[in-house]
Structures are given as structure tokens and as C-alpha cells.
Design a binder for this molecule. Sequence first.
Ligand code: ADA
Length: 567
Amino acid sequence: MSRIFPEHDTRLVQSLDGVWDFVFLGDVEAQALDPAKIAFTDRMAVPGCFDATPNYAGRRGLTAYGREIRLTDAARHRLVFDSVHHVATVYLVDPRQGSARLLGDHIGGFTRFHIEFNDVPAGTYNLIVLVDNRLDYKRCPLHLDYMDWYHYGGIARGVELHRLGDLWIESLTIRTLDEKTGRISVALHWQAQREPGETPLSITCGPHILEAGKVKLTGTTGCIEREFSLVGVQPWSPLNPHLQELHVQLGQDDQRERFGLRTVRIEGKNILVNGQPVQLMGYNRHEMHPQFGHAQPLDLLIQDVQILRDMGCNFVRGSHYPQDQRFLDLCDQAGMLVWEESIGWQHNVAHLTDERFLKLQEQQLREMIGASKNHPCVILWGILNESESHQSASRPAYERLLGLIRKLDPTRPVTYACNHPHDDLCLDLCDVVSINTYPGWYFREIKDIPQELDNIVARLQAKGVGQKPLIISEIGAEGLSGFRDWPADRWSEPYQARLLETTIRHILARPAAFAGLALWLYCDFRSTEAVGRILNRARGMNNKGSLDEYRRPKMAYYTVRDLFTNR
Ligand code: ADA
């Protein structure tokens, strides 16, 4: 099940999750294949990552997934894929004629995308998805082998088939204008096969009927904009995460969206949620598990949020890519504040000046913001983790991508995790300054951490960005689960716990200087197979988690929990 709550009451939606046919094709090109003639040899779970299963562990290549779908009429339909890693090419095969029709393709995992078709007669068809997990800049500039996480392949999140019909709701954007008076704006983008004319429209929020009548829709696409006051409705906040549901019925189509009354603002060095400053305290988290890869069972997501809550965290940075919508649903319910970012890891100037790379980044941002914009938990958008923001040639990329976010969503601040605090050239473009730093691990000693953190504050001040909120967006040390020894030195659990303790104590005592802290990292995860990196990664894993990859606690877990819950 890929949704926690239904997004449609009247639209016909069929979940395509389940067991699909599968074949590993290897080092072949999608274009060289006839999708109508693929001989499947195996079965695979959807959602799932084929290379997290024993038979295909560690394999890279082209694969094919297939299953039957049934169409009841020739209306416009939409396939909704929540995430395919990394390149998807989608065909519809008519078994009666043995012919395949290319429906579309998509590059980049971790985001929801749509593929539509029209005028396909009623009947049973084979849906074929070619899924390519090879790491190669030419095929897919967004997933690269040097990045510090294992890029699993497969249909990693859910798939649905929607019958759109003649008129459909394309998107619904709900924004809080004032959480105290309950004032919200609603923007409803619609599309149609032909001009709809006079159309029934109703908008409800829980028991409140906000609108019931008719609208005249001209052309084949448009936006209906409204403002409403939800009197007596409680705001959403980390401590009291009250959620509301808006339901819109437009003609035969409908959409249900969950949201919360909450605003985010920056005031000087503070991040304000509903006008109140919050010090963000929490973790970076990768969406990964040794048995499931990037496919996250619901129970695992629920446990992760419970563990984070129990540790006293109010903040998660979704490193380093767009999040599973169900994780965000759970964070909405738990009052967990989230930084969501588009995929990125140490991109160089060559990437940041490559038009194809930038277009794909823009596509990720559109897809991420499109899917996540109504989640009250998301309070910060990010881009391009640790990329070359200290090169002048990179600045246009930062201007362009941060500018696009602001255009798509002016209601949330923007940031990027920077690892060049001395010579960065783009921090003025951010609302929040975020610095990744590893004192006590990659340089200097634990005792130097307080001074290093204060040096960062001083450097940012000298660079003229000291008046913006500052988040330490990564800091941590490797701690091999179970390794405890008398010297308590690097790689041991006590060393890791001591490093995090020193960091947290310093930051908690200085809320005026540090608006937030995202420790590196919630739990261990598998690193890349690239030789250069894996030689620095014991077990082939990044072991900087406070929990191991099966979510078993290390010493650091108890240390952090004590400090966060007693603050
Ligand atoms: C970087 C990077 C992380 C991780 C970390 C580490 O800061 O942003 O993804 O690789 O280093 O563990 O070294």
C-alpha cells in the first residue's frame, strides 16, 4: 500500500502494487528490445528494489517489470509512479496484436511522476516498465557512483492507475495566510479534454462546507483560486500537530488533501513556526534498509518516526533526496519538522554548468514540491548537498534552482548544505545558512569542536551572512556497532557518543547562534560500491548512525536521547 490515506473518493484509482513479472536483462539498451517479446523469468515485489533481493544483490543493468492492467473504457488514464530507480521506460503491450506502444520515460529516482495515455480501447493489456539501475552520467546524471550511498534499483515506491476522464483536478495547493484567524488560500489547477463549461464545484473541510455551486470553466486548462477562513480550527504545530482535510469535487473528479494551519517565517537569526522561534534538533536520515533498499515498508517508516520522537527530535533532514510521501504523512501526524531536498551530492562545476543536469534538477524540484507542498511538516527546501558553491562558475546554477523553488513555493525558506564555510560564494542566495562540518572526525579532535563551531559563526559573520539563521546540517563520527574498547578512540561507540554529546551541549547552550542541528546520522546505511570510497567505509557502510542499519541502538542513541529529551 503506497498511500496512508486515500487522495480520491470518486476518481477511479487502482493500486498496481503487488507481485510483478520480472527479468534481469543486463547490459543491453532499452531501444534494442521489443517490449512485446520480453520473456519474463522471475517475479518481483512492487514496491521493491530488485538488487536488495539475494538473487540480484549488487547487480546493475536493464531489467523489465510487467503486469496486466484492465481498462474499462478509452478515457484518458494516468499512471502514477511514486519512484523508479533510476531510468524508467514505460510501454503498453496489446497481447492481441503483439504490438507495444511507448507511453513515456523518466529519469531520476525518489520522485512521483505521471505518464498518461488516451484513446486506448477497453481491454486487457500488459504494462511493461523497463528499469535501468546503471550508474553512468550519460544515462542518468542524477545517480552517480561516487555519491556516498548505495543507489538501489527498481520500482521502489507505489504505482497507481488513475482514470482521469474528460475533466480532472491536476493539483491542489493549500496555503496558510494566517494561522490565528484560520485564513487559507486554495488554488485548484484543472485540465480537460474539451471545454467543460458550467461545472459543479464543492469544497469542504471536515464538517465545514466552504463552497457548493457551479463554476464556468473555459478553455481546456485553468486555475480556480479561493480564500477561506476556517473559524475555530486549531493551528498545526510540533507539539500539537492538528491536521485538516480539504476535499474538492469538480464535476466527476475529486481530490482530498491533508494540511495544517501553519506558517514558517525567518526573522533575523530565527526560524519561526507560527510566529514562535524553534531550535531545530534532530538527524539526517537516509531512506534505506539492508533488506529492502530504498523501498520502505510502512512498519519501518512508522518505527523510524516513533524512534525519532522518542529521542526528543523535532527535526529531520531528508538527506539527500525527496522523501517517501508516507514518511511525510507520518511526520505531519507526529509534528516532526522536515527539510526536504532534491537529489545531490558533491556536484562539481562541470555538472553545475551542464544544461541537461540542471534541467533534471529542475524536474526533480517540480516533482518534489508538487508532491510535498501541502505537508505542514515540510518547513525548508534544499538543493545540491555539498556541491561546488565556492566556484564562481557555479553561482548561476544556485541562482536558477533556488529561484525556481521560490517561484514554485514562496511560503517556505530555502537552503543548501554547504561544506565550504570559508570561501562559499552563494550563501547570500539562501534564507537559511546550513553548514556541514566534521571536526573530531575528518579533522582535529573532539575537544576542538566548540571552537570549530564558533569559528564557523565568526566566518559567516565576516562574510556578511551572519544575520541569517544557521543550521549545522551535518556533524558526526563513525561508530562501529558493538565496538567498545578501553581507549574509546575513533570508530568506537563511546567515541561517537562523546563527539555527539560535545556537539549537542555546545549548540543547545547557544540558541541565539544556532537555529538548528541535524546530526549525521539517524542510522547506518550502505555506501557506494566505488572503490575510492568503500576503502574508507568499514563493512561497505556509512557507520555514523546512532542506530545501526536494522535500527538497533548504539551508545550514541542513549546519549542523544538523554540530551534531547531533557533540554
Ligand atoms: C558528507 C556528505 C554525507 C556523508 C558524510 C560522511 O558530509 O554530505 O552524505 O557522505 O559526508 O559520512 O562523510
